[in-house]
Design a protein around this ligand. Structure first.
Ligand code: CA
Length: 223
């Protein structure tokens, strides 16, 4: 994972960074709140480890500022304070977890792993959207300009595959592998047939055609 450590006690910061690096993580380190905030806004970290008592700007302010800027990276607060009230203040500021100092590195690593997993889950979208076409992955429903498009399960999977690869050309072979998972004769026109079905349902009646044929290669959805 890509982790940001914001801690003004340099020795501790470097130790934490080293322990994380030994676990295979890539680590950025900041020694005050302002630098930490700037680094967090600039890059997309998987987890931020944030000390509360920091010069320039304290950890809670950094936390609030990130959440206001719509940065949803999981934040683990580190602090010497450990009262219920402090914990609540930390969580209210938008932190995800809280670890009082002094802590064992094993525990820090375990918390970081747990936060990393949470981020991966949160990232998995429940809806894909390209232009005015949307695909609700939970309800397995497609809509374009607000109108529901009736799709068979295979058509749904094909559309999902094209939308996940928005703007990229996918070959017939990739589509076959993904949807049917076993070898068809390479000259099979199965893919073309399904794309034709899908195109009729998705693009017919719309000025903007979303599904493109890339001659001799495959298909693409979106620009
Ligand atoms: Ca500190």
């Amino acid at each position: 994972m890509y982790i940001l450590v914001v801690e003004d006690e340099r020795r501790l910061a470097q130790l934490v960074a080293r322990v994380l690096a030994e676990e295979g993580h890539t680590v950025d380190t900041a020694y005050d709140g302002e630098d930490g905030l700037a680094m967090a806004l600039e890059a997309s970290h998987d987890v931020i480890i944030l000390d509360v008592m920091l010069p320039a700007m304290d950890g809670l302010e950094v936390c609030q500022s990130l959440r206001r800027s719509k940065v949803d990276t999981p934040i683990l607060l580190l602090t010497a304070l450990d009262s219920v009230e402090d914990r609540v203040r930390g969580l209210d500021a938008g932190a995800d977890d809280y670890l009082p100092k002094p802590f064992a590195f094993q525990e820090l690593l375990a918390r970081v792993r747990a936060l990393g997993r949470r981020k991966v889950q949160a990232r998995e979208p429940s809806e894909l959207r390209v232009d005015d076409l949307s695909l609700d992955l939970r309800r397995r429903r497609a809509e374009r300009t607000g109108r529901v498009i009736e799709l068979s399960p295979k058509e749904f999977s094909l559309l999902e595959f094209l939308m996940r690869n928005e703007g990229r050309v996918v070959t017939r072979t990739q589509i076959l592998d993904h949807l049917w998972g076993y070898d068809y004769e390479t000259d099979s026109n199965l893919v073309d047939v399904y794309v034709a079905y899908l195109r009729r349902k998705v693009d017919r009646g719309h000025n903007r055609r979303l599904i493109r044929t890339v001659r001799g290669v495959g298909y693409a959805l979106g620009d």
